[in-house]
Write a protein that binds this ligand. Structure first.
Ligand code: NAP
Length: 524
């Protein structure tokens, strides 16, 4: 990267285009240096959507699933070839350590490769068959099948700042496999990485023209140009999600919107858990608090422990957090970098302040930590912050407030029923993890917590070193949670393709339905 801030352009309507002026400065959150600027002001977003529908969609839909899967694999290969460059960008623009950067970059590449493999197994099909033929009338010849047909619009992929790579590719892999072109809209503050990746993919010409576009800068009047054929795949805060859902054009046209929003995820230490389960619990909570400086939608925010063990849980976590070296992630000894912007730092301090009204702050807190050689007036650091409430039922803020940073709160519980009830007060979460040894307890936890979660991770000692982590989203598994988490449904293998397809019943003669079935991959 040169010293002059790069001006990020958007790839719309088949060309790189520059917005007017500066909407957002992209800043290094360690030193406060401006790395790039972004603006989409004055760009014709309606024309970009029209063009993607006209060129990208037909080109992709002319291919079979297996042929599209090859394109997705080729995208992954382009990204693999340029990986070193991406890591440097993630360190500079997102304050990522190498491990943080790997979760984002390799998470994106891994998801592309997974869908390339999965798509290859769908062969020459162009539809998905959801249900086998059913007879509808006396005449056996008149029957119906349920098909999933690729939508003819654009996948408008709006992403949050914390995953500029994974956030894009986990959506784009599925949309492209479905035959739907993508317009990527990364969060402005960390758009450098998405921009570099999309630029490389376009330069490599591995996708048909119109299959992928990029909007760098504010959303402007993007939502005015969306039609009923399009899908909005949104990841971000509940506030922005609500604004999108209430947008007059989205409401009037009944546009399909998938929301992946925020979440106050929980980890639960089971009553009577063995020392091995206890250790797995402490290790995972400590890791979740500090990886990506806690900026994961899936990170553990509430730490539930039996009341008589809350003290030892606190001690063990404090001992772990003490070892977390904060600083410039370019220094190999640093284990945790800053938040991505000073605005995020202020929001995290605000949230910590709200929870601390009813909680004891055991370490960290709502002021910038002092770090050798780093100017606290220019950087965006938040120290690992562990809090503890005395009365989980009375502490509303801990169940309502998502601190998007390295902060978590210990909530003691007296009984299993109380623990389940308190966890459910999160109002719908992406994930909860449970640590123990007793399968009967795990089964009761699944029944009690299942309806308010998108994913449950059950950790017993035999998988303590084998599991993929509370916060890591695996493409094989459902991603999305009910309630405040947005009711979204992404990934989950082939299930993820449903978002970009229309489910329909086709009624007709047996011969016609058989011909259609020959073009479809049977899901069941
Ligand atoms: P945000 O402020 O809601 O922004 C998300 C995206 O929406 C950005 O690309 C933003 O663009 C765009 N946006 C803002 N206003 C818009 C509008 N009126 N119309 C269309 N798009 C608009 O969220 P964030 O601060 O980037 O991300 C943090 C939040 O995301 C956290 O709450 C976290 O829990 C959540 N998150 C959830 C998941 C999940 O999978 N459930 C994953 C990651 C993060 P600009 O940046 O240009 O404003």
């Amino acid at each position: 990267m040169s010293d002059a801030p790069e001006i990020l352009e958007s790839y719309l309507n088949g060309a790189w285009r520059r917005g007017e002026g500066v909407e957002t400065e992209l800043v290094d959150p360690v030193h406060g240096t401006v790395l790039a600027t972004a603006s989409a002001r004055g760009l014709d977003l309606k024309a970009a959507l029209d063009s993607a529908r006209k060129h990208g969609g037909p080109a992709l839909r002319a291919l079979s699933f297996a042929e599209r899967a090859k394109l997705i694999g080729a995208v992954a290969d382009v990204l693999i070839a340029n990986r070193a460059k991406y890591e440097a960008i993630a360190v500079a623009n997102s304050g990522n350590t190498k491990i943080d950067a790997a979760i984002d970059i390799d998470g994106g590449i891994g998801t592309l490769k997974y869908y390339a493999r999965l798509g290859g197994s769908l062969g020459g099909a162009t539809f998905l068959l959801d249900e086998k033929p059913v007879r509808l009338a006396k005449a056996e010849n008149f029957q119906a099948i349920h098909l999933l047909a690729p939508r003819h619009g654009v996948a408008v992929c709006i992403n949050a700042f914390n995953f500029p790579s994974w956030g894009l590719w986990e959506k784009a892999a599925v949309a492209l496999l479905a035959g739907v072109p993508v317009l990527a809209k990364p969060a402005s503050s960390t758009a450098l990485l998405t921009h570099a990746m999309v630029r490389d993919v376009i330069a490599a010409k591995v996708l048909p023209e119109g299959a992928i576009g990029l909007l760098c800068g504010g959303a402007g009047n993007l939502l005015d140009g969306v039609t009923a054929e399009d899908v909005i795949a949104f990841t971000g805060s509940s506030e922005t999600a609500a604004r999108i859902l209430k947008h007059p054009n989205i409401l009037a046209r009944g546009v399909h919107v998938n929301i992946e929003a925020d979440s106050v995820n929980a980890a639960l230490l089971a009553p009577g858990a063995s020392d091995a389960a206890f250790d797995a619990f402490v290790k995972e909570v400590g890791r979740e608090m500090t990886v990506k400086a806690g900026q994961k939608c899936t990170a553990i925010r509430r730490v539930f422990a039996p009341a008589d063990r809350a003290g030892v849980v606190a001690e063990a976590l404090l001992a772990r957090l003490k070892k977390t070296t904060l600083g410039d992630p370019r220094d190999e000894s640093v284990r945790m970098g800053p938040l991505v912007t000073r605005a995020q730092q202020a929001a995290a301090f605000d949230g910590i302040g709200k929870i601390a009204n009813n909680a004891q702050v055991l370490t960290g807190g709502a002021t910038a930590p002092s770090i050798d050689g780093i100017d606290p007036t220019k950087s965006a650091f938040v120290a690992p912050t562990l809090m503890r409430v005395a009365d989980g039922a009375g502490a509303d803020a801990v169940h309502d407030t998502e601190v998007f940073g390295p902060a978590a709160t210990i909530v003691p519980y007296q009984s299993e029923d109380e623990a389940f009830a308190l966890i459910t007060r999160g109002g719908g979460s992406l994930v909860a993890s449970v640590y123990g040894d007793d399968h009967a307890f795990f089964a009761r936890a699944v029944a009690a917590l299942g309806p308010s979660h998108g994913r449950l991770l059950m950790v017993e000692p035999s998988i303590a070193d084998a599991h993929t982590g509370h916060g890591i989203v695996m493409p094989q598994c459902h991603h999305g949670g009910p309630g405040r988490a947005g009711n979204g449904e992404e990934l989950g293998g082939l299930h993820g393709l449903r978002l970009y397809h229309q489910r329909l019943a086709v009624q007709g003669s047996m011969n016609l339905l058989a011909a259609l079935q020959a073009k479809a991959y049977a899901l069941h």
